[in-house]
Design a protein around this ligand. Structure first.
Ligand code: TNX
Length: 525
């Protein structure tokens, strides 16, 4: 074992898992470079410590954060292995002991960036170095994948495998700075604990943004103290008439904190001025076009509702909401929606978007909008739908300097069915099998000016999805495809090699207790 490297590809489509240490070509997303070492690799034992290594003074200031990353890693490895894996710092008595070490090293090459890392494993231990704690965290996710899949078990694995890390050197860094997934908690509500589970899956594949779709026709999901009806009225129900729900500020901040500890930024979205039936039910005075449907609205038709586009009342409403969201959101972005608006003129729409965009900027946040908001001057546009000349509008905006997050619906929409007849999901943007999710290039899908693509995001809309198990079936195995497009260099993309690596992930998901769709395109062992 140990003779394979990334360039040699997977096990020829047979998907056989070798019994010994994990070989390095099973890392998803594929790293920038992988060099297999020789020798037996490093086996975790009773004596293994997780060491954080002190460095320069600048590094010292981040020592607490590095220890937290080390503790998260140790905690994740302790459960399945039953090993003590104590934390140690260099100065402690355990300094000489073998083990895993995490080291901040500002002298790493600059192109390593904030998320890059270097990981080396040999018979004496595993060493992860990075320029930031974030880079160390990404490296620890690679380490998980270098261990046998049972390492994902939430319980002690009895008669478990040798917990051996293959001998390897990995040098890694992402292609794009924005790699996200969106969860729609409006059509069906998901509890904070369920959202944390969703975050766990994103973190494993090195995603760094979680977009939460917090308002839509069917429900409003975030407490705004100055607008109590949003939650006493607007949050009560969801699609099909089951009870809805909402996050208190404390719930939301708990989600944000959990995401932060995994180096994911939460991007909250309030969809304006359309997709607003829950707002109109809560504050009927904002409905000057009489677009509201009777409340509760439990259907899935879209595009009928619109806030009044003018007047003080509506902008004092948006101001209240934006102020509160900005207060509880540490990340830079605030998403204002903007998709599928009918009943108002294009001029009214553009003026509305401009005004809300300014409110977000004044609150100190960077506005993001669905691609329809391009004429309103929004600086970060999420591309999902190029029909009716929308692609031309977006390209024009990018030529004026707008940045783009790529979420083309026919490739990245995780709520699309895998194939016709699949029991979950929708088909309006086509069917998306794993190959379709993987086989496109975010940089060249649209003729955008160089450097305008910030990255990629996979939205998961939940009209047809009500449970975490159903989310998993849509997410896995397509999320890793998106993750690899976002993280790995264009040159490294290869469907054949990707599907072999992906095949190894099935056992990992089974150990973790995650559902996944055993698509035939993937050579599961
Ligand atoms: C379109 S994508 C929508 C959502 C739906 C989704 C279903 C976008 C900005 N709008 O409201 O949930 O399709 O696939």
């Amino acid at each position: 074992i140990g003779g394979e490297d990334a360039d040699q590809g997977g096990p020829g489509g047979t998907g056989a898992v070798p019994a010994g240490p994990r070989t390095a070509d099973r890392i998803v997303p594929v790293p920038h470079s992988v060099t297999a070492g020789s020798g037996p690799g490093y086996r975790l034992t009773e004596r293994t410590v997780v060491r954080t290594v002190a460095g320069t003074e600048a590094v010292e200031r981040q020592a607490g954060e590095v220890r937290r990353v080390a503790e998260q890693l140790a905690e994740a490895l302790r459960r399945p292995t039953g090993l003590p894996l104590p934390l140690a710092d260099e100065a402690s008595a355990a300094a000489g002991a073998e083990g895993i070490s995490l080291l901040l090293d500002p002298a790493l090459p600059e192109e390593t960036g904030t998320e890059g890392y270097r990981l080396t494993a040999d018979a004496t231990g595993v060493r992860i170095t990075a320029r930031t704690p974030e880079g160390l965290f990404r490296g620890t996710q690679t380490l998980r994948q270098l261990l046998p899949p049972q390492i994902e078990s939430p319980r002690a694995v009895t008669g478990g495998p040798d917990w051996t890390v293959a001998p390897v050197t990995v040098e890694d860094r992402p292609r794009y700075g924005y790699r996200g997934a969106m969860l729609d908690v409006t059509r069906h509500f998901f509890t904070p604990a369920e959202v944390k589970g969703f975050i766990d899956r994103l973190a494993l594949y090195k995603l760094n943004h979680l977009h939460l779709h917090l308002s839509d026709d069917q429900g409003w999901r975030i407490e705004v103290p100055s607008r109590p009806a949003l939650t006493t009225v607007g949050a009560v129900s969801e699609v099909d008439g089951t009870p809805g729900g909402f996050y208190t500020a404390a719930d939301y901040q708990e989600i944000v904190r959990y995401a932060q500890q995994r180096y994911l930024t939460v991007v909250p979205e309030i969809d304006l001025p359309g997709h607003s039936n829950a707002i109109l039910a809560s504050y009927p005075e904002l409905d000057c076009t009489r677009s509201a449907r009777p409340w509760p609205y439990t259907g899935i038709e879209v595009g009928f509702s619109t806030l009044c586009p003018t007047g003080d009342a509506v902008f004092s409403f948006t101001q209240d909401v934006i102020t509160e969201l900005a207060r509880i959101t540490p990340g830079p972005y605030l998403h204002i929606g903007g998709d599928e608006v009918k009943n108002i003129s294009p001029a009214e729409y553009a003026a509305f978007v401009k005004r809300v965009n300014d409110q977000v900027l004044a609150a100190g946040k960077t506005p993001v909008g669905w691609n329809q908001t391009a004429p309103g001057g929004v600086g970060v546009l999420q591309f999902w739908d190029g029909r009716s000349g929308r692609d031309a509008e977006l390209i024009e905006a990018a030529e004026r300097g707008a940045k783009v997050i790529m979420s083309p619906s026919g490739r990245t929409y995780l709520d699309m069915k895998y194939e016709r007849g699949y029991p979950l999901g929708l088909v309006w943007a086509g069917t998306i099998d794993v190959w379709t999710a993987y086989s496109w290039d975010p940089d060249t899908l649209l003729p955008l000016p160089g450097g305008s693509v910030l990255g990629v995001e996979a939205p998961l809309w939940t009209e047809t999805l009500d449970t975490p198990e159903e989310l998993d079936l849509m997410l896995l195995p397509r999320l890793p495809a998106l993750a690899e497009l976002g993280w790995s260099s264009k040159e490294s993309h290869s469907w054949d090699r990707f599907k072999s690596r992906l095949a190894e992930e099935g056992a990992r998901w089974e150990a973790a207790g995650y559902r996944y769709e055993k698509r035939q395109e993937v050579p599961w062992p």
